[in-house]
Design a binder for this molecule. Structure first.
Ligand code: ADP
Ligand code: MG
Length: 240
């Protein structure tokens, strides 16, 4: 079942001579449990697509459906609640709060949503454990490596049974080993029941996705199912 659906989405920034068609008639659906990678040159509309999918901005035309519900039917508060409870974001520069430990960073979205501190902390520890970071729970961001910081950011993005993970070049600042680890973890989060859209520049990393969508000048120019994604290769190996 598709959790995220973009139907005929266009986004225009500016007016008159300064008009920019950031997205032009985009159709895209992402199933629960599946990972879609978005590729395209700088300025092709990748970040705009994530922003609109995550209800952080409204499209100029078209409709976004999350869990079958059109975003245009939600009030401002309704959208804010959806963002707090159902959507996780990961950015290139991690955006961890320097004054909070790893576990405090991860529990913050739950606490902001009204979950009791103990319960939020327990969920945060569980999420950190899923990402192999249990022993780093009380470390502060400046005591963590880049790869660890990004894993904390992903743990924060998925904590509390979120349904949609949106990541904008989450591995852009990482070396290839850490970048691959990040894609692997995002894929694992997907398989546990999220829909995910990940922007990446790296074809190797995109090959982890179930589908790759290519944007050019705000339009989808191609969609491919990678034949040789690492998971496919593993799945095709005979059982030992
Ligand atoms: P990408 O992430 O692929 O680099 P973006 O989605 O950031 O591309 O941008 C797509 C186009 O929309 C670019 O031409 C960019 O300059 C323009 N754009 C993005 N955000 C804004 C904005 N807030 N105001 C005006 N133009 C914008
Ligand atoms: Mg961008």
């Amino acid at each position: 079942m598709s959790y995220l659906e973009l139907r005929d989405i266009s986004k225009v920034y500016g007016e008159g001579a300064a008009e920019v068609h950031a997205l032009q008639r985009i159709d895209l659906s992402v199933d629960t449990g599946s990972l879609v990678a978005v590729m395209g040159a700088s300025g092709s509309g990748k970040s705009t697509l994530l922003t609109i999918a995550g209800s952080l901005e409204d499209p100029t035309s078209g409709e976004v459906y999350l869990g079958g519900r059109p975003l245009s039917s939600l009030s401002r508060n309704g959208k804010a609640r959806l963002r707090r409870q159902s959507i996780g974001y990961v950015f290139q520069d991690y955006n961890l709060l320097a004054g909070l430990s790893a576990v405090e960073n991860v529990s913050l979205p739950l606490e902001l949503d009204g979950v009791a501190a103990r319960k939020a902390q327990a969920a945060a520890l569980e999420s950190l454990e899923d990402f192999g970071l249990k022993d780093r729970a009380s470390s502060y961001p400046d005591q963590l490596s880049g790869g660890e910081r990004q894993r904390v950011a992903i743990a924060r993005a998925v904590v509390g049974n979120r349904q949609l993970l949106l990541a904008d070049e989450p591995s852009g600042a990482l070396d290839s080993t850490n970048a691959e680890a990040v894609m692997r973890l995002i894929l694992a989060a997907c398989r546990r029941g999220m829909a995910a859209v990940v922007v990446t520049h790296d074809a190797q990393l995109a090959s982890w996705a179930d589908r790759v969508v290519f944007l050019r000048d705000g339009r989808v120019v191609d969609q491919t199912v990678p034949v040789d994604s690492p998971e496919t290769v593993l799945a095709d190996l005979p059982n030992q």
